[in-house]
Design a protein around this ligand. Structure first.
Ligand SMILES: [Zn+2]
Length: 138
């Protein structure tokens, strides 16, 4: 039934982690004490990366579709997640953290070349001064 994925250490997240690691980028995982428990924390660069599942975070993309059963339950739940994402973004921003969101649709079902492309873009962002960015699927 799940049109998406949830939780930590999901497959797209692990694929991206490995690709960044191969590029020599080092990070902490799920660092407690930071709002939203970012999936990867690059402390010296004051940057975090979130890998978001398109279903749970209500992404407007082909991977997101409200389930046919109990749609109002799911809508409330996902709206709540989106509100929380917004708050987390503002909190991190006010603490001076740069943030990159990588959406599941940039990775899922797109093969190793797409993962490398996403990792290249993430590495370029890490080396930039860009505060907020996202990478999404086609
Ligand atoms: Zn998406």
């Amino acid at each position: 039934m799940m049109a998406g994925i949830r939780g930590k250490n999901t497959r797209p997240e692990i694929a991206i982690r490995h690709a960044l690691h191969r590029r020599g980028l080092r990070y902490g995982l799920h660092v407690a004490g930071l709002p939203g428990k970012p999936d990867m924390v690059f402390r010296p660069r004051r940057a975090v990366i979130f890998v978001h599942g398109c279903f749970w975070h209500g992404h407007s993309c082909p991977l997101f579709r409200l389930p046919g059963t109990r749609p109002e339950f799911w809508k409330a739940k996902i709206d709540g997640n989106r509100t929380r994402d917004c708050k987390v973004q503002q909190q991190l921003e006010s603490m001076g953290w740069r943030q990159l969101t990588i959406w599941e649709c940039a990775i899922r079902g797109r093969g190793p070349a797409a993962i490398d492309e996403v990792a290249d873009r993430a590495a370029a962002w890490l080396n930039s001064k860009n505060t907020l960015a996202e990478i999404r699927g086609p």
